[in-house]
Design a protein around this ligand. Structure first.
Ligand code: AMP
Length: 190
């Protein structure tokens, strides 16, 4: 049983790598970004609430995000383990995850942060925006806002887990397989 947070700025490869890790280790991949996009494309009440924040590159309020994540995890308690991609993104989200972990007796093994240079992030996201259909990937000023939000609101989450001795850094520069190899090496040491 492993429960892992895959952490890093937008465009660091979290989604791609989380999918590969989930497959290799039999974990359930939970991406809050994917969940919000699903709600948005189905025009649900939750999607309507999240839309304005997502389109401008802001975070959806904690209250909404935490309750969505809790429901998902509670529904899948049979999972061998979880790989969280895009959650927690604020310290209150990390604290809420701590409470949930106790409630369902789930140990959080590690937060693994992908490190990627800012110029590379902008390049990757603009490239992805050509085919992803994601509005937030198509406009450089929204991308820069997302990076700013990451630095200001999300980066403290690393410190939060680092103080518990659970945070790891992985170089996210380079090819997909190369980065995957580095991640697997960390996971296998847990
Ligand atoms: P992502 O696919 O992880 O880049 O997420 C896309 C967008 O969904 C983000 O820019 C936020 O607007 C929203 N989002 C995803 N995860 C979270 C989260 N944990 N907290 C708040 N907003 C989130």
């Amino acid at each position: 049983m492993a429960n892992i947070i895959l952490f890093g700025p937008p465009g660091s490869g979290k989604g791609t790598q989380a999918k590969m890790l989930a497959e290799k280790y039999g974990l359930l991949h939970i991406s809050t970004g994917d969940m919000f996009r699903y709600e948005l494309s189905n025009d649900t009440p939750l999607g309507k609430k999240a839309k304005e924040y997502m389109n401008k590159g802001a975070l959806v309020p904690d209250e909404i995000t935490i309750s969505m994540l809790k429901n998902k995890v509670r529904k899948h308690q049979e999972a061998k383990g979880f790989i969280l991609d895009g959650f927690p993104r604020t310290v209150p989200q990390a604290e809420a995850l701590g409470v949930l972990s106790k409630e369902i007796d789930m140990d959080l093994d590690a937060l693994i942060a992908l490190r990627v240079e800012k110029e590379e992030i902008v390049k990757r996201l603009l490239e992805r925006g050509k085919t992803s259909g994601r509005k937030d990937d198509q406009d450089e000023s929204i991308i820069l806002d997302r990076i700013r939000v990451y630095t200001e609101e999300t980066q403290p989450v690393f410190k939060y887990y680092n103080e518990k001795g659970k945070a790891y850094n992985v170089d996210g520069m380079g090819g997909i397989e190369e980065v995957f190899g580095r991640l697997c090496a960390v996971v296998e040491e847990l």
